[in-house]
Design a protein around this ligand. Structure first.
Ligand SMILES: *[C@@H]1O[C@H](CO)[C@@H](O)[C@H](O)[C@H]1NC(C)=O
Ligand SMILES: *[C@@H]1O[C@H](CO)[C@@H](O)[C@H](O)[C@H]1NC(C)=O
Length: 309
């Protein structure tokens, strides 16, 4: 948990982030034969652009620091999978499923979708989105069409960051959704309304996810899972890197909204800010999270570098 940083803001990046990979080594340069990405807006890099949803950001100031400008990434620049692809030696960022060529499944595809959730109905208040279940079925069809050999799929890196929307755009929505009526706090999460309670609910989920990762590692041979803890960064670490602003967004967000206002003003020094909009982190933070996941500072039990080296 980031001390001194608004929990109301921080909670929104308290996503589930689990990485899975086989352990076989690969050649120098590109350190894994392929990399697949699943998740929500934290990982989305353009899949929502053509969807009828309020959760899309293919407009400025999103992408203001990205070479191609606005792409659908929910940040000012690179997102976490972009940095992981760089660290793992890929020549290019993993492209979105939307518009990917058939052969792209041999190298990697990003299936993530803003608003996407574990539960199907999650974020229906935002419009169209690609649920985790649908992302997995998109992956199945992509690897089938490209006839990617199983021996190769076993050596890929996979990262999944999803779950926040199941709380923010489902369970904690007002008026209460069916999920809220059906489940007890301990089953899905607890509390009512305020961010402290949301944090507590997410904490229950994350602790169970950590236990699941341990379970999967002991039950399944041939695949290794690790848990990436976005909560374990702290304000001192960030301050040491000159990232000192944690209580407001860098871009202008209209009252009652979460995303940057179209063509609105932005803070001049993006590298000092944790939050880009009211929900998503800056490129600087994305880089810090990716390198800490890669070198093992915020992972358990494996670092991502152990997977790819
Ligand atoms: C987009 O979604 C909204 C509400 O979800 C609906 O009213 C509208 O007709 C949809 N637009 C298109 C082009 O499908
Ligand atoms: C792992 O195996 C144990 C013992 O068979 C079982 O109880 C548990 O549900 C399994 N966990 C998973 C995630 O498959």
């Amino acid at each position: 948990m980031v001390e001194g940083v608004s929990k109301a803001l921080w909670i929104t990046v308290a996503t589930v982030f689990a990485a899975a990979a086989a352990v076989a080594p690969v050649a120098r340069g590109q350190q894994a034969p392929c990399y697949f990405v699943f998740g929500d807006s934290v990982f989305d890099n353009g899949n929502n652009n053509a969807l009828n949803t309020s959760a899309k950001v293919n407009y400025l100031p999103y992408g203001i620091d990205f070479p191609q400008g606005p792409t659908g990434r929910f940040s000012n620049g690179r997102n976490i999978p972009d940095f992981i692809a760089e660290l793992a030696g890929f020549d290019n960022y993993i492209p979105p499923f939307a518009g990917a060529s058939r052969t792209q499944a041999n190298i990697g595809i990003n299936y993530a979708s803003g608003g996407g959730g574990i539960r199907e109905e999650t974020s229906e208040n935002l419009g169209e989105r690609i649920s985790l279940r649908k992302q997995i079925s998109n992956h199945q069809s992509a690897i089938r069409k490209a006839a990617v050999p199983e021996s190769q799929l076993r050596r890929c890196l996979y990262t999944i960051s999803i779950g926040s929307n199941d709380y923010l755009n489902n369970y904690f929505l007002q008026p209460p959704t069916p999920a809220r009526r059906l489940y007890t706090p301990d089953h899905l999460g607890g509390g009512v309304g305020c961010a402290e309670e949301v944090n507590q609910a997410v904490d229950i989920f994350n602790n169970k996810l950590k236990a699941l990762v341990a379970d999967l590692n002991s039950n399944l041979s041939g695949v290794k899972f690790t848990y990436v803890d976005l909560f374990s960064g702290n304000a001192q670490d960030f301050a040491a890197l000159g990232i000192t602003v944690g209580d407001r967004s860098c871009c202008m967000v209209k009252p009652g909204e979460e995303l940057c206002a179209k063509d609105g003003p932005v803070c001049p020094d993006r590298t000092k800010y944790i939050f880009w909009d009211n929900v998503h982190t800056t490129e600087t933070i994305n880089g810090v999270i990716a390198s800490s996941a890669f070198n093992g500072d915020i992972t358990s039990p494996f670092s991502i570098s152990q997977f790819v080296n």
